[in-house]
Design a protein around this ligand. Structure first.
Ligand code: SF4
Length: 499
């Protein structure tokens, strides 16, 4: 058998999926490399169900289906004015010249609207991770590894949170094959709500899961700090006056000292003669009191007294009292000066208990937030219009709304369509992958019909929402749907299709 006849035999028995550059040949009864498409009796089928969102509302404390102008609610059907065709399970726009799998018309408040629906293949994508903790997890720019492969790095910390930048095109495509595969698998798991274990170089072992407390070196974080040491002094100054002679809020970034701080001065707090070892920024605000770590207030401290020098003998006197507390209220100690002006730890007096509890109750639960970030590239934009720059301009001019699986997104300013979305606002398991490697994420573009025409939209491929609800697919598709599933709108998401 020559080479040509082998090829023909292969193509006769298998069908080719061209929904991504891998171009799998798929045998009957088998699925392609990404498990998203399969060959069912010679027909290419998108295996996951197409997700249709159902509009919901609050009513008398209960969450109920939205009843618009459509009259009685039929539980078996979903009224077209209360339905939104999400891109989850819709299929992919690939190769680029094809129109998106669904270009859906609907009428909202008497206005003709269009929603262009596609699962985007994001080669340029990653996750920004916010971890609510003061604990030092590793130096800025340290690599983060999963299965020993670098998948991202520690980036600039934010107020009360450590931040990671994971994924991106360099880890997905610029390193070894294994690095790309592990990076893709890490992003997919995190975006789909699964827990992932990762190690920071010269730092902590982390277990992270969207919407759950971070686990740092095996310990589940409980609370996010109330504020930096300086802010905590300001917030609670009035509650401590006359109860204690000095308060120190221990913090890795800004340690606060009541008697020197502006908040203390304003309410007439007297000097205590305390001496802090650290770099004084402004009165009552000290930097670098200790190394970062997992001890008091995100420092390495286990004994806070190590940041104190000798008390000023001209000001301090035996019996003076001192409260030292961390920014989460998790660590606290109370001291009285002895005859040599040395602080000696005593049990916490009842009069100060309430203030410690107040700090704790002002700390929000520590969570892990995962935001998917990706750039909508060639195929996505060409799937909407023959002139892709017009889509970018329409989004920048707020004529086109972008959603991911019905969830609102943040569009970065500047060129291109770089979007960011909180993964917990999408239905579970909304993300997929292809082995190029790249992540597959749902994306919808919604606009008025006349704006869609104006940007050169594929008007000949528009289909009505009732056709989609009845199970039809766009004429441009060479695949069938695996099914469709109705999912209730998350009430913290605005209804994605509005005039
Ligand atoms: S990896 Fe998936 S999307 Fe890509 S060609 Fe294969 S089956 Fe199709």
């Amino acid at each position: 058998m020559n080479k040509t006849s082998t090829y023909n035999k292969r193509t006769e028995e298998k069908i080719r999926c061209d929904a991504c550059p891998v171009m799998c040949y798929i045998a009957d009864g088998k699925s392609g490399a990404c498990d998203r498409y399969a060959n069912e009796s010679g027909q290419l089928v998108r295996l996951d169900s197409l997700i249709i969102m159902r509009r919901m509302e609050h009513e008398g404390g209960a969450i109920v289906p939205f009843l618009g102008e459509g009259g009685d609610w039929d539980r078996e059907l979903i009224a077209s004015q209360d339905a939104f065709v999400s891109a989850i399970g819709a299929g992919t726009t690939y190769p680029d010249y094809k129109p998106a799998p669904f270009i859906v018309s609907s009428v909202v408040d008497g206005i003709d609207m269009i929603t262009v629906v596609s699962e985007g293949i994001f080669s340029y994508c990653g996750a920004k991770v916010k971890i609510d903790t003061d604990r030092h997890i590793g130096p800025e720019r340290a690599l983060i590894r999963v299965d020993n492969e670098p998948v991202g790095h520690v980036t600039t910390a934010e107020y009360g949170s450590q931040m990671l930048s994971l994924g991106g095109v360099h880890h997905l495509t610029g390193g070894s094959k294994k690095e790309g595969r592990v990076t893709c698998a890490t992003l997919l798991s995190l975006c789909n709500g699964a827990a992932v274990e990762m190690q920071v170089d010269d730092g902590s072992m982390l277990v992270l899961q969207a919407g759950k407390p971070p686990i740092i070196n095996g310990v589940s974080e409980q609370r996010m700090r109330v504020g930096c040491g300086s802010a905590t002094i300001g917030m609670f100054a009035a509650q401590w006056i006359d109860l204690v002679d000095e308060v120190v809020i221990v913090d890795d970034h800004i340690t606060g000292v009541m008697s020197e701080h502006q908040a203390g001065k304003v309410i007439g707090w007297p000097a205590s003669g305390i001496k802090i070892i650290g770099r004084r920024s402004t009165p009552g605000r000290y930097f670098n009191v200790a190394e970062p770590g997992t001890g008091w207030g995100g420092t390495s401290l286990t004994d806070p007294l190590t940041i104190l020098g000798a008390f000023d003998i001209k000001i301090a006197k035996p019996g003076d009292t001192l409260l030292m507390v961390s920014t989460t209220g998790e660590q606290f100690s109370y001291y009285e000066l002895d005859n040599n002006l040395v602080p000696i730890e005593q049990s916490m007096p009842d009069r100060l208990q309430t203030s410690i509890q107040r700090i704790e109750e002002n700390c929000e639960p520590a969570l892990t937030s995962i935001s998917f970030i990706g750039g909508a590239g060639g195929s996505l934009r060409a799937g909407v219009t023959e002139n892709p720059i017009k889509l970018t301009q329409s989004i920048k001019n707020t004529l086109t709304r972008v959603t991911c699986g019905g969830a609102p997104v943040y569009i970065w300013p500047g060129g291109g369509i770089t979007l960011m979305v909180d993964v917990t606002r999408l239905p579970e398991n909304s993300f997929g992958y292809v082995p190029t490697p790249a992540l597959v994420a749902p994306i919808e573009f919604t606009m008025k019909q006349n704006d869609y025409e104006a940007l050169g939209g594929h008007m000949e491929h528009v289909m009505s929402i009732s056709d989609v609800l009845s199970g039809k697919v766009g004429q441009q598709n060479d695949h069938q749907l695996g099914g469709k599933r109705i999912v209730d709108q998350q009430l913290n998401n605005p209804w994605p299709i509005r005039s």
